[in-house]
Design a protein around this ligand. Structure first.
Ligand SMILES: O=C(O)CCC(=O)C(=O)O
Length: 208
């Protein structure tokens, strides 16, 4: 379903079996040898998610990507699993867009989790100019997702992103503001045995 030119919502994109497998992978990653953490951003505030970057690390102090987590523990960023990359490619293709993801930001939201309105604009100037999409996959509890315009003051649409949904924004929608105003506790499919929500956003830092 096209929300606005370049932005597509695919409700129920992933069957429950696939969601179960992805949740298991996400759990292993966030509690793995290089674990997720709560980023402290430029102004000194803590984010309201646990974050783990894969492929390239997003530094919350500099808003730049880097190979090691210099704003946290200095550990190398874990690689982006090949199946994540191909999942993102296939979802982008369903929206008629090309994505060779080289990074993923994996966020875990508990019942109090949220994310303020922002633009995803820390990828390379070439990638942004080409409108290479961001592909978002939601697992677990439903999120109230806000999708605005390219200016902070533009009107905002509210969507519910449920478990198994994908959301793609590229082309003319690539720099639209977006955020998560709340999580709806207890809405995850029981088969996931998940309290809270994982969200994966796949991005392509550079284009060749
Ligand atoms: O959790 C979501 O649905 C959105 C995440 C997001 O905005 C981001 O990672 O930039």
């Amino acid at each position: 379903m096209e929300i606005t030119p370049g932005a597509h919502h695919f409700p129920g994109c992933l069957p429950v079996d696939r969601q179960i497998a992805l949740v298991a992978q996400c759990r292993a990653l966030v509690d793995g040898a290089i674990p997720a953490y709560v980023p402290v951003v430029r102004g000194g505030g803590q984010m309201h998610v646990r974050m783990l970057c894969l492929g390239r690390h997003w530094n919350g102090k500099t808003y730049q990507y880097e190979p090691t987590r210099t704003d946290f523990d200095g550990l190398p960023v874990p690689p982006l699993p090949a199946e994540f990359r191909s999942l993102a490619h296939d979802i982008a293709a369903s929206a008629g867009m090309a994505l060779e993801a080289d990074l993923c930001i994996l966020n875990y939201y508990d019942a109090e989790g949220r994310m303020g309105m922002h633009q995803d604009k820390d990828e390379s100037a070439r990638s942004l100019a080409a409108g290479v999409p961001v592909v978002s996959v939601s697992l677990g509890d439903t999120a109230r997702f806000l999708f605005g315009g390219t200016r902070r003051r533009d009107p905002v649409q509210t969507l519910r992103l449920e478990s198994g949904d994908a959301f793609v924004f590229g082309g003319p929608a690539r720099l639209r503001y977006h955020g998560v105003s709340r999580i709806v506790p207890g809405t995850a499919p029981p088969a996931l045995e998940l309290v809270g929500r994982f969200n994966l956003t796949f991005r392509q830092y550079d284009v060749t």
